[in-house]
Design a protein around this ligand. Structure first.
Ligand code: C2O
Length: 535
C-alpha cells in the first residue's frame, strides 16, 4: 500500500448555527472535520498539533490498529493526551478493513465538534461486492449544542443529575430547514434520475441513537462498521453512536425534492424529540421552483419493534472472498452487566449522583496511560482482577440486585493472545430505561445473539448464529435485554471498551482488556513511537 500523510491542526473557529455564532474546537477550521481517504493496505500518518487550551487526543474509531495500540488514541488508555502547543503523529496501517469508519477526539466531550469520516476504499483494481455507485456521499449525523459542551457535562457532574440535551441534530454539521436560520444550515445532495448512490452514514452524536430515512426512497444496506453485509433492503436505518452504515440509494424518482431526515430513537422517551435534522435530496434538471419537499415517514421516536427487526435482519456477507470468521469455540466466558445506578456524592447538590458501571464497577481513569503501564511494567496503575461475572446474579423477575451502589476501580481483564472470548452484555435498566451502544477498541466482534429479559446460559446459546452474524465494533445492548458477542484476541495491547453514549462513559461505564503478546513472530505490540506524548 501507499503512505498517506495528513496534518490536523486543532484550533478554535467561529461557527454560526441556529442564528448564533460561537467559537468551537475544530480540526483545520472545518466542521465537521476533514475526511481521511485510504485504500485497504495503506499506511496513514496523521500529524496532530494542539493549538487550544484543552488537552487533546484523537481516536480512529474502528481501525483495528494491529500491534499499533500507541496510535489508537483514547486519552489515559493508550496515550497521554497531546498538551497545548505539542504534536503527535498517529501512524497506522489499514489491515483487512474496507468501508466507512470515522475519527473523533477521545478526551472530555471534545468529540462533539472534533470528528470526521474515514473512507477506506478497496485495494486498487478491486471492486465492491455490489454494483459500482455513480457517486458516494458521506453523511455525518451529529448534534449541535448552543451551550459550551464542556460546561454542560461539568454542571451535570456538580448537580449529580443528567446533563442537558443538545439543541438540534445535524446532517454534516447542519440542522436543516426545520430550524431557524436554515439557508446557510442546509445540506443538499444532488442526484440524477436512474443513478445509484452510496451513502456513507455515520452516527457522530454524543448521546443519541438515531433513525435515518430518505423520503419516498428505499435504502439497501451493504456494509456496517467497515464489514460487508448481505444486502438488506429497508425503508429506514437505525444507527447507534459510533456505528457506521453504508447504504445504496437508487434515484428512481424523476424529479422533485425529498427530505433526508434523522431523529432520536429511544425505547422509553424521556423527552419529546424536537431535534430532527433534515437535509435535501434534489433531482438535477427537475422543476424545483416549487417549495414542495416530500416528508419522510421516519419511524416514531420509540419504535422499538422497527429497531429490533432491523438489528435482527443484519447479516455478514460471508462470501468465499469475505468469509465471516466466527469463533466456533470459546476459551473465555464473560458476563458483564451494564447499567446506571445512584452513587453517593458528598460534594453534589443532592448528596448523590448518577453512576454508570460494568459488573457494578465504575471505572476510574488512571493518571498515566494504561498501555504505557502495561508495556513498561509500571505497577500501581491498574489491576487485572475485573470480575468475569456480576457480584450478584442479575434477575429481572426476582428481587433487584442487593446493592445497586457501585464500587470504583481501575480494573482490567487479562486475556492470553489469540484466545477466543464470548462476552454477554446484560442491560440492567435498574435506574432508567437505557440502551447502551458498547464499543470495543482494537477488534471487530460478531454479534451471535441478542434477546430481551435475562440471558439464559443453558438455553440461549443453542440459538446463536455462528454462521453469518453481523461483524461490528459497536453494538446496542437492548433495553431490558442482552447481547452476546464473540471475538478472537489476536491484537496484543490494552483495549478500551465503553458505552458510546458520552454521558455514560463520563459516569464510568467503561473498562479495558489487556491482551498479552503471543510467542510467535509479529505477535507482540510494537515499541512506542518517539513522539508519544508524556503526562
Ligand atoms: Cu468512538 Cu472509544 O470511541
Amino acid at each position: 500500500g501507499k503512505t498517506r500523510h495528513y496534518k490536523f491542526d486543532v484550533g478554535l473557529k467561529n461557527v454560526s448555527r441556529l442564528c448564533q455564532t460561537k467559537p468551537i474546537v475544530t480540526v483545520n477550521g472545518e466542521f465537521p472535520g476533514p475526511t481521511i481517504y485510504a485504500r485497504e493496505g495503506d499506511t496513514v500518518i496523521v500529524n496532530v498539533t494542539n493549538h487550544v487550551k484543552y488537552n487533546v487526543s484523537i481516536h480512529w474509531h474502528g481501525v483495528r490498529q494491529l500491534r499499533t495500540g500507541w496510535a489508537d488514541g483514547p486519552a489515559y488508555i493508550t496515550q497521554c493526551p497531546i498538551q497545548t502547543g505539542q504534536s503527535y503523529a498517529y501512524n497506522f496501517t489499514i489491515t483487512g478493513q474496507r468501508g466507512t469508519l470515522w475519527w473523533h477526539a477521545h478526551i472530555l466531550w471534545l468529540r462533539a465538534t472534533i470528528h470526521g469520516a474515514i473512507v477506506i476504499l478497496p485495494p486498487k483494481h478491486h471492486l465492491y461486492p455490489f454494483p459500482k455507485p455513480h457517486k458516494e456521499i458521506t453523511l455525518l449525523l451529529g448534534e449541535w449544542w448552543n451551550a459550551d459542551v464542556e460546561a454542560v457535562i461539568n454542571e451535570a457532574l456538580k448537580s449529580g443529575g443528567a446533563p442537558n440535551v443538545s439543541d438540534a441534530h445535524t446532517i454534516n454539521g447542519k440542522p436543516g430547514p426545520l430550524f431557524k436560520c436554515p439557508t446557510k444550515d442546509t445540506f443538499v445532495v444532488s442526484v440524477e434520475h436512474g443513478k445509484t448512490y452510496l451513502l456513507r452514514i455515520i452516527n457522530v452524536a454524543l448521546n443519541d441513537e438515531l433513525f435515518f430515512d430518505v423520503a419516498d426512497h428505499h435504502l439497501k444496506v451493504v456494509e456496517v462498521d467497515a464489514v460487508y453485509t448481505k444486502p438488506l433492503r429497508t425503508k429506514s436505518i437505525v444507527i447507534a453512536p459510533g456505528q457506521t452504515t453504508n447504504a445504496l440509494l437508487y434515484a428512481n424518482k424523476g424529479s422533485g425534492r425529498y427530505f433526508i431526515a434523522t431523529r432520536t430513537f429511544m425505547d422509553a422517551p424521556v423527552a419529546v424529540d424536537n431535534k430532527t435534522a433534515t437535509a435535501i435530496l434534489q433531482y438535477v434538471n427537475s422543476n424545483s421552483n416549487t417549495d414542495f419537499i416530500a416528508m419522510p415517514r421516519i419511524p416514531s421516536q420509540n419504535d422499538t419493534s422497527f429497531a429490533t427487526n432491523f438489528s435482527n435482519s443484519l447479516r455478514s456477507l460471508n462470501s468465499a472472498r469475505f468469509p465471516a470468521k466466527v469463533p466456533q469455540t470459546v476459551d473465555r466466558h464473560l458476563l458483564f452487566t451494564v447499567g446506571l445506578a445512584m452513587d453517593s456524592c458528598p460534594t453534589c447538590n443532592n448528596g448523590s449522583r448518577v453512576a454508570a458501571s460494568i459488573n457494578n464497577i465504575s471505572f476510574v481513569m488512571p493518571k498515566i496511560s494504561l498501555l504505557q503501564a502495561h508495556f513498561f511494567n509500571i505497577t500501581g496503575v491498574f489491576t487485572t482482577d475485573f470480575p468475569d461475572r456480576p457480584p450478584t446474579p442479575f434477575n429481572y423477575t426476582g428481587a433487584p440486585p442487593q446493592n445497586p451502589m457501585t464500587s470504583k476501580g481501575t480494573r482490567l481483564t487479562r486475556i492470553p493472545f489469540n484466545s477466543t472470548v464470548q462476552l454477554v452484555l446484560q442491560g440492567t435498566s435498574v435506574l432508567a430505561m437505557e440502551k447502551h451502544p458498547l464499543h470495543l477498541h482494537g477488534f471487530n466482534f460478531f454479534i451471535v445473539g441478542r434477546g430481551f429479559g435475562n440471558y439464559n446460559p443453558n438455553k440461549d446459546p443453542a440459538k446463536f448464529n455462528l454462521v453469518d452474524p453481523p461483524e461490528r465494533n459497536t453494538v446496542g445492548v437492548p433495553t431490558g435485554g442482552w447481547t452476546a458477542i464473540r471475538f478472537r484476541a489476536d491484537n496484543p495491547g490494552v483495549w478500551f471498551m465503553h458505552c458510546h453514549l458520552e454521558v455514560h462513559t463520563t459516569w464510568g461505564l467503561k473498562m479495558a482488556f489487556v491482551v498479552e503478546n503471543g510467542d510467535g513472530p509479529n505477535q507482540s505490540i510494537l515499541p512506542p513511537p518517539k513522539d508519544l506524548p508524556k503526562c
